[in-house]
Design a binder for this molecule. Structure first.
Ligand code: ATP
Ligand code: MG
Length: 537
């Protein structure tokens, strides 16, 4: 630049040459900036994607009881807006930090050349700035953490309102919910404002410090000029470099805020990714092979520490080919027991043995592959009927899907849907009745290969005739496999080889249907009640 200006009007060739180099420099500069930014942003998007996937892994691989500590709305917020705020730091934040760092170093380099003394004075401001930054950082972190939590709450209320829309409308709860939402939304606004004020205060403090520092340096520099230690040109250049340093100082405030926000978000995401258990199904065959026996010994379980145990000293075994009924009044612990048999919950005491060998923590995926369960609350994905039934197997053959649907007594109804097996169900498709959903989940469970089938009240929403029909066809296809059926209906229980009666978390009776009726205990009372009810209906 100096050459171009000095040679103006005197040496045309040199001017042209200088202008050419200037243009080339500008072009290269632009290219590097563009390339650098693009590279940086692409890399940060890659990291963001990886973090998001890791987060999802955490949810999907967590222990079922642990992931249930989070509401789905809160998880949604963590997986979306927390991931975004993490990206904001590693993308634009880091980019700014790097370019501010460069500006700072270049500025300091030239300043030292002009006056080492003034530069040292300037650098002596760094420790107090770092100290102030640390004080603000802690507060910003707390503020952002609270903001993130409230974002989770907002999303929680919104998502549960969508799921519970019918309840809300039928109980005329619209206003209550609007109030609840507006309260949380107000809390969120307050938290955001308070955090942003803190950030603004930090910005202000930095700007004030920069201004006062500049004045101070001009004063000292001016005296150096008067005493002849510094040239006027050097002084002017130095002051202009100070101006150049205002960018890094402002950037510092901005990036610190982003950093604390990202830190708060990351810690929230880590709470979820940390849940991903060691349950990783390795390659190769199951260490247990086919399940011949499943034995439960002295099992105790409580959901919360120091609370009343839901299961107490439960022992029983299932042998291959057996059909075992599990009876017990509501709340007696049947579903809890099923969750333990699938390794979803870990017992506080007792053990589970497969083929006589204790199941190790990392073996649960193999065990689970051999035990198929139909849960009490049927869940269908918002996909077609076909894929809802067939997804447990890799290469579903349509005739097998149909055969399962026939066994579960749902085939005819599926055929009557607008697009048969291709009909979309769930949120975006047709809504199925409770009984249809249950039979659909039974059909799904039948499809893959298994050793033990567990039905947890899987007939609760179908009438007793349909239950009988489905149960009969299940028994027909069972072969030498094992069935554990949780049911209230006497008709179903009477066809089991053996019945376990659970009462307040203990197995109080065990035997064949006839034996239990003769004993005159809890089960026979239940039988009498059911007989009267069935007689009435
Ligand atoms: N996630 C949970 N956290 C705390 N307590 C729970 C949880 N799930 C169930 N419980 C409690 O454990 C007890 C047993 O529940 P469980 O669902 O196993 O009963 P159940 O025999 O299956 O009842 P039902 O016949 O009504 O399905 C109940 O008192 C229930 O309130
Ligand atoms: Mg239950």
């Amino acid at each position: 630049m100096k050459n171009a200006v000095d040679s103006l009007g005197t040496d045309w060739g040199r001017t042209k040459e200088s202008v050419f180099f200037l243009l080339l420099f500008a072009f290269l500069h632009a290219l590097f900036r563009y390339g650098g930014r693009l590279g940086f942003l692409l890399a940060s998007r890659d990291i963001e994607g990886a973090v998001r996937e890791e987060f999802f892994r955490g949810i999907i691989r967590a222990r079922v009881d642990e992931v249930r500590d989070f509401s789905s709305g809160d998880l949604l917020a963590r997986g979306t807006s927390d991931v975004s705020s993490f990206w904001l730091f590693i993308g634009p934040g880091l980019l700014t930090l790097v370019s501010a760092g460069f500006t700072f170093l270049i500025g300091i380099f030239f300043m030292v050349k002009i006056s080492a003394k003034l530069t040292l004075i300037l650098l002596s401001a760094i420790p107090p700035v770092v100290f102030v930054a640390r004080v603000f950082a802690r507060r910003l972190y707390r503020g952002h953490r609270r903001v993130r939590e409230l974002v989770g709450k907002v999303s929680e209320v919104a998502s549960s309102s969508v799921t519970g829309i019918r309840v809300i409308r039928s109980y005329l709860m619209e206003e209550t919910l609007e109030e609840r939402f507006s309260r949380i939304s107000g809390d969120l606004r307050d938290a955001v404002v308070s955090t942003q004020s803190m950030s603004a205060l930090f910005h202000g403090t930095l700007t004030l410090a920069t201004g006062v520092g500049t004045l101070f340096l001009i004063f000292i520099g001016g005296r150096d000029v008067l005493s002849g230690d510094l040239t006027v040109g050097g002084f002017v250049a130095f002051v202009s470099y100070i101006g150049m340093l205002s960018f890094p100082s402002i950037a510092l405030g901005w990036v610190l805020n982003l950093f604390q926000r990202a830190k708060a978000s990351l810690s929230r995401m880590e709470e979820v990714t940390a849940l991903a258990g060691i349950e990783e199904r390795g390659e190769g065959a199951s260490p247990h092979g086919r399940i011949e026996t499943l034995e439960v010994r002295n099992l105790s379980f409580s959901y919360l520490e120091n609370s009343r145990p839901v299961l107490r000293g439960v022992s029983f075994s299932l042998r291959r080919g057996e059909v075992v009924g599990l009876a017990g009044e509501t709340g007696s612990g049947k579903t809890t027991l099923v969750a333990i048999l699938l390794g979803f919950l870990r017992p506080d005491e007792g053990e589970i043995l497969v083929n006589g060998r204790r199941v190790r923590e990392e073996e649960w995926p193999w065990i689970r592959e051999r035990i198929r369960a139909v849960f009490q609350d049927p869940f269908l994905f918002s996909e077609t009927v076909f894929s809802n039934i067939s997804f447990p197997v890799d290469d579903p053959r349509p005739e097998r899907v149909v055969a399962s649907a026939v066994t579960a007594s749902i085939h005819d109804e599926i055929e009557s849907f607008p697009e048969g097996y291709g009909t979309l169900v769930g949120e975006r498709g047709i809504t199925l009745s409770g009984g249809q959903k249950q039979r659909m989940t039974i059909a799904r469970a039948l499809l893959p290969d298994w050793d033990i089938l567990v039905l947890d009240d899987a007939f609760a929403s179908v009438d007793s005739l349909a239950e009988e029909r489905i149960f009969s066809s299940l028994l027909d296809l069972l072969g030498d496999r094992t069935l554990l059926v949780v049911s209230q209906r006497v008709q179903t229980l009477s066809r089991c080889h053996r019945i376990l009666v659970l009462h307040e978390g203990r197995i109080v009776e065990e035997g064949t249907f006839g034996e239990l009726i003769q004993r005159g205990g809890i089960f026979s009372l239940h039988y009498e009640r059911e007989k009267i009810r069935e007689g009435l209906s």
